[in-house]
Design a protein around this ligand. Structure first.
Ligand SMILES: NC(=O)c1ccc[n+]([C@@H]2O[C@H](COP(=O)([O-])OP(=O)(O)OC[C@H]3O[C@@H](n4cnc5c(N)ncnc54)[C@H](OP(=O)(O)O)[C@@H]3O)[C@@H](O)[C@H]2O)c1
Length: 281
């Protein structure tokens, strides 16, 4: 049966470039997924005109029924999954007028809890040697957490997913009373969500290490500062360049040592707890 790769949020930006690169380099079927069918199909047509052969499936990461429909489709059609790139995310603009409490709950809902939803649904389908790539950010490095106590909770090597979920619920609660900074957070919902994605990747790798399936690998990646809608096209790297490290991680060879890590856009491994944040981003 065919090997299968899935990219979430594949209709534009870095996700589109990852889907394109995987069509060129991955030995199997590539699913470009999108929450909006029209935008997703248009992206697939675009790649087909370039001679590539992506497939499309609708996937809204915030929607249980959409995620479960896709899970069943993959299971029925292929019986498994080899590469999962969790790319879909949102970021409020700097000049957004939405109250911080709304920005916090929406951003953490999409970027963290919905990524968790996708993983919980699709991880049972992962085949031996599967590769999972979680799109974090330079904003997702632990040094982005100013509070020492909060930082220590994130850094705890024994942190569990339940505890991490709880930390993120606490962030949403603190944001409601605008007391998040007193609780040790920076004033950025996006950064909070991406620190959680990085922390989650470490926890997921520990779970994979205990899994009966051989050589399951997950890493978090900062793709660089990329020219996409998310950055209002201020990013300096092309989407193709931004896709470089995620594709590298999606295609890591069998029995790689690069697992449970936080990877910079030039493929270097950054110690998420102890290293300073590289510059420029
Ligand atoms: N650009 C950068 O400089 C940069 C830097 C660091 C990290 N990142 C990370 O890289 C990833 C891609 O960013 P980007 O710059 O390419 O962003 P983007 O251009 O805004 O694209 C985001 C993608 O996510 C999709 N998406 C949003 N909500 C979704 C949902 N509920 N279900 C499914 N898909 C959803 C969007 O779909 P719609 O078109 O339907 O909205 C779009 O396809 C993100 O995880 C981002 O945080 C980006």
């Amino acid at each position: 049966m065919s090997r299968v790769a899935v990219v979430t949020g594949g209709n534009k930006g870095i996700g589109f470039a990852i889907a394109k690169g995987l069509c060129q380099k991955f030995d199997g079927v590539v699913y470009l997924t999108a929450r909006d069918e029209t935008r997703g199909l248009a992206a697939v047509e675009h790649l087909k005109k370039e001679g590539l052969k992506p497939k499309f499936h609708q996937l809204d990461v915030t929607d249980d029924s959409s995620v479960n429909t896709f899970k069943k489709y993959l299971s029925d059609t292929y019986g498994g999954l080899d590469v999962l790139v969790n790319n879909a995310a949102i970021a409020f603009k700097n000049d957004a007028t939405d109250p911080f409490s709304i920005q916090a709950s929406e951003t953490v809902k999409v970027n963290y809890f919905s990524l968790v939803r996708v993983c919980e649904a699709l991880f049972p389908l992962l085949k031996p040697h599967a590769r999972v790539v979680n799109l974090s950010s330079s904003a997702g490095h632990l040094s982005r957490i100013p509070g020492a106590e909060l930082k220590a909770r994130f850094a705890n090597p024994d942190l569990t997913q339940d505890e991490l979920d709880q930390i993120m619920r606490e962030f949403i609660e603190a944001a409601k009373t605008n007391s998040h900074q007193e609780s040790g957070w920076a004033n950025s919902a996006y950064s909070a969500s991406k620190v959680a994605v990085s922390a989650l990747s470490r926890i997921q790798q520990k779970q994979f290490d205990k899994d009966a399936r051989e050589d399951l690998v997950v890493n978090a990646v900062h793709p660089g500062y990329v020219d996409t809608d998310m950055t209002s096209h201020k990013g300096t790297l092309t989407p193709q360049r931004g896709a470089q490290a995620p594709i590298y991680l999606a295609l890591l060879p069998k029995n790689t040592d690069i697992k449970g890590k936080y990877i910079w856009h030039d493929n270097t491994i950054i110690d998420w707890v102890n290293d300073p944040l590289p510059t420029p981003y």
